[in-house]
Design a protein around this ligand. Structure first.
Ligand code: ATR
Length: 278
């Protein structure tokens, strides 16, 4: 990769950061598309967050990604936050625009666009979402924005699911959001099922968030886990004849959307997926 003296840096701030796929993914994309940026990861502890953001600003970064544990805290230091990121309450992408810091959340946005890229349109779908944490929140906001007809949230801690459902019902009146317990799962017949929990993630690869569930072959099944590439949950869905999508697509989707925000460049999904597979 050739880095010229006028290459603008783009950062990633989080803690810890060393296992992130983002530097590899972004720099390969910049090289392929001739984008004059360089992507660098910085391990930043919470007490240094404000100073770190100030430094990125002074050094004329084009923008930066924000990851765990700073996605909520970063909101305090931004000049503007887009509507969806505000409803989600978390920002993972910041653009520096003439000295102004503008926040976005490309987790949910990337999730939707990665499904679109595979030819799936969620509009009007009845959706079952497993989990009610930060990832679920980002995805649900964009599902509602895209006009799914119903979101059913199933979560270990039902009070967390209720809080998320209430929040979504307040902001998106045309999507009905319900909480569903274990016994209600069999009657739902959703078009789309999404696992946002960490159940099935390496090394607990024999676990599934839906035990003894009978999938229908017409269902689209998505897991946001990318290690392993095919979780037990997705294997069960495949065995039942379902269409399925793994977590690499969302990972790639959020990066592609961030690049679009920073540079205006439209990146090919298949190229980005190939970068992560090598
Ligand atoms: P993320 O940002 O990845 O969404 P999170 O905000 O910590 O992470 O949320 C994790 C989600 O996975 C939550 O819905 C959590 O359920 P609780 O609300 O009951 O904590 C769910 N989760 C994590 N580990 C789980 C497990 N072993 N069994 C069931 N649900 C689990």
């Amino acid at each position: 990769m050739k880095i010229t003296s006028n290459a603008r840096p783009i950062g990633l701030i989080g803690h810890p950061i060393e296992h992130s796929y983002s530097p590899k993914l972004h720099n390969a994309i910049y090289e392929k598309y001739g984008i004059n940026n360089v992507y660098l990861a910085f391990d930043v502890e919470t007490e240094d967050l404000q100073n770190a953001i100030g430094a990125l600003k002074v050094l004329s970064f084009a923008g930066f990604n924000v990851t765990v544990p700073h996605k909520q805290e970063v909101l305090h230091y931004l000049d503007e936050v887009d509507d969806e990121a505000r409803v989600i309450g978390a920002v993972n992408t910041v653009k520096l625009d003439n000295g102004r810091l503008i926040g976005y959340n490309t987790d949910g946005l990337g999730f939707i666009s990665s499904l679109n890229n595979r030819g799936h349109n969620v509009k009007g779908m009845n959706v079952l979402v497993l989990g009610a944490g930060g990832s679920s929140r980002s995805i649900c906001v964009y599902l509602a924005k895209e006009g799914v007809s119903m979101i059913n949230i199933h979560n270990r801690t039902e009070s967390n699911a209720r809080a998320l459902a209430e929040h979504l019902n307040k902001h998106y009146i045309s999507t009905e959001v319900n909480v569903v317990g274990k016994s209600g799962l069999t009657d739902l017949n959703p078009d789309l099922i999404i696992n946002t929990t960490s159940i099935g993630m390496w090394p607990h690869t024999s676990e599934s968030p839906l035990k003894n569930y009978v999938f229908s072959p017409n269902q689209l099944v998505v897991d946001i886990i990318y290690n392993p590439r095919q979780t037990k949950f997705l294997k069960d869905a495949e065995d039942a004849g379902c269409c399925f999508v793994n977590g690499l697509d969302m990972l790639v989707g959020q990066a592609i959307k961030a690049i679009e925000i920073w540079t205006g460049d439209i990146v090919d999904y298949d190229f980005a997926l190939k970068v992560l597979s090598t």
